[in-house]
Design a protein around this ligand. Structure first.
Ligand code: ARG
Length: 579
């Protein structure tokens, strides 16, 4: 769909070329949103310097030469030489009509289809999922949805921690408990209890420690019985993770599990290939690579350890194998790692080594989608009352309960069955939105009151705006589809402001996607709801002054509701029709 700002920029460039044919420099002709007008063009400032005139005079000249008939109703020169533009209402109305008839609501498809591998969630087997995993899961899932929405080919990968030394101790603990009891304990989701008991024995009992060490050797050697027990641990954990994903309503399924163990067979070839590439160095008995530009605190080169002194492989080795797999087998053109900020250096080193080794073609991009921590009201890492980390399931259950209580109070008429369904949408939506709406790089404070509030930049506020529109249509007695035949007629300034914002959806989605920053889409949706609210306060819809205005306003309502629902869907959040 033509973005009005793009059309304006082209016309400005044409006017400048006509007035100043000798200027060959690249000029900034962009039309940007401004407080004072629908859009502002600053080209006169730079141009004036080049041609030795006053910016104001240059701007006046452009305003005269500029052909914006049918696009802008007003062009004025303001300040030292800004061009302030007001879009023509008929023009905006026609664009809205186009957007309403487009199943993608004006969001354009990617010009080239990428194969995007998104590495997200990645909890560890036999360990509880904590609130920290929430961030990776929720941010990753939003990126999956946004990439899919613009037509990319997306491969979800859940790189669970299912391999390595702790499994010796976990398997021995499982044997001690007996398979049946162990499975029972794991299936109730008490992964932390299981892990802690194993750890405690490992630390206290030398005999257990010895058994655990031997068990790791058996596991790595492919001993059949050991593998069977290991699989039991992985299966029970995966089953538990699946219940959490189900509650969260994210797209991850068992088919997306690609744990560390999957890359086990590739580890030998990582070593060989690094050696052949002459990158491998022996350092203190370990085999390592020193990628350029990485140093430790004493400014000494920092190694990426590929094979430890004891012959064991590392987390890094697995990640290198994983890069090879994603590039050579999956043909990824973009790889996103939705992983906490503390792993930034690890991932940069992986990328550097993979590039040096020639495994990452220049055309394949690798990006660390980093995120900060979830904090409690004391601004320290969120902890439960007992001082433990907060279990993700418990948090999700509490969210739904709180949402249910709040709906019972706000809308007692809603039938109980609907109430529970809607409570899930609101409670889970609130948790997800609180996470997605703050800049992911920053830490955020987990605050029940705030996230469940029906006011402010929250999921319930957006969901409520959507539900209110649905209720207008129930009362209007006309169908949503019928309104899509109508070209909106804009007259009131709040209609104009709403229209302008509805037409920014395309840019908002792309802007959020290109920066891997879902919060930018949240900000857009929040502003959309506030513009809608002020339109609704000032412009009667069902009681509009004429049939034409009623239809037109219903069309604005419909498009607003669709963009709200579609945008929330991209964030993985449902928009109920009643709440
Ligand atoms: N399981 C890891 C952790 O809990 C995260 C894995 C992230 N993905 C990766 N390819 N390294 O820290």
């Amino acid at each position: 769909m033509p973005d009005p700002a793009v059309v304006v920029a082209q016309r400005v460039a044409a006017a400048v070329a006509q007035l100043y044919p000798d200027v060959t420099e690249d000029l900034d002709t962009a039309a940007r949103p401004s407080e004072r007008a629908d859009a502002q063009v600053n080209v006169a400032m730079g141009l004036a310097r080049l041609v030795g005139k006053k910016p104001h005079d240059v701007a006046e000249g452009i305003a005269v030469a500029l052909d914006l008939r049918g696009i802008c109703s007003e062009v004025t020169v303001a300040g030292p030489g800004f061009l302030n533009l007001t879009y023509d209402n008929d023009y905006l109305g026609a664009l809205l009509h186009d957007a309403a008839r487009d199943p993608n609501l004006g969001v354009h498809r990617a010009a080239t289809t990428e194969t995007v591998v998104i590495d997200y969630s990645a909890p560890n087997v036999a360990k509880e999922m904590h609130v920290g995993h929430l961030r990776s899961t929720v941010i990753g899932d939003a990126l999956v949805r946004m990439c899919e929405a613009v037509g990319h080919r997306v491969i979800r990968e859940n790189h669970i921690g299912d391999w390595g030394t702790p499994f010796g101790m976990l398997i021995e603990h499982l044997i001690d408990l007996g398979e049946v009891d162990a499975a029972r304990e794991l299936s109730v989701g008490d992964l932390d209890g299981f892990y802690k008991q194993a750890r405690a024995k490992f630390e206290a009992l030398p005999e257990f420690q010895q058994r655990a060490r031997e068990r790791v050797v058996l596991l790595q050697g492919g001993d059949a019985d050991t593998l069977r027990l290991w699989k039991l641990l992985v299966a029970e954990s995966a089953r538990y993770f699946a219940t959490v994903y189900e509650k969260l309503g994210v797209k991850l399924t068992d088919a997306d599990l690609r744990g560390e163990s999957v890359y086990n067979d590739l580890l030998v070839s990582v070593v060989t290939r690094l050696r052949d590439a002459k990158l491998l160095v022996t350092d203190n008995g370990a085999e390592v690579v020193f990628p350029a530009g990485f140093t430790n605190r004493d400014n000494a080169p920092l190694p990426l350890i590929i094979r430890k002194q004891d012959g064991g492989y590392n987390y890094a080795t697995t990640d290198l194998a994983c890069v090879i797999d994603r590039v050579e087998h999956l043909r990824a053109t973009l790889m996103l790692y939705v992983v906490g900020t503390p792993q930034a250096q690890h991932l940069s080193m992986i990328e550097a080594v993979a590039r040096d080794a020639g495994w990452l073609p220049e055309s394949t991009r690798m990006a660390h989608v980093a995120f900060g921590s979830v904090l409690g009201s004391d601004r320290k890492m969120l902890k439960s009352r007992t001082g433990d980390s907060v279990k993700l399931v418990e948090l999700l259950d509490e969210a739904v309960q709180r949402a249910e209580a709040s709906i019972a109070e706000k809308n007692p008429e809603l039938p109980v069955a609907d109430r529970q369904r809607v409570a899930r949408m609101i409670g889970i939506g609130a948790v997800k939105y609180a996470d997605l709406s703050s800049d992911r790089i920053k830490d955020y404070v987990f605050d029940w009151e705030r996230m469940l509030s029906f006011d402010g930049n929250t999921a319930p506020y957006l969901q409520y705006a959507h539900a209110r529109i649905c209720s207008i249509f129930r009362r209007a007695g006309s169908t949503r589809e019928a309104t899509r035949q109508t070209t909106p007629v804009l007259s009131h300034p709040s209609e104009h402001a709403l229209a302008l914002w509805l037409l920014q959806y395309d840019s908002a989605v792309w802007d959020a996607l290109e920066r891997y920053s879902p919060h930018r889409l949240c900000t857009y949706l929040y502003e959309l709801s506030t513009r809608y609210t002020s339109f609704y306060e000032k412009c009667p819809v069902l009681k509009a002054e004429s049939e034409v205005m009623r239809d037109s306003r219903l069309a604005l309502c419909d498009l607003t509701a669709r963009i709200l629902a579609d945008g929330l869907q991209m964030l993985g959040i449902d928009a109920p029709e009643q709440m």
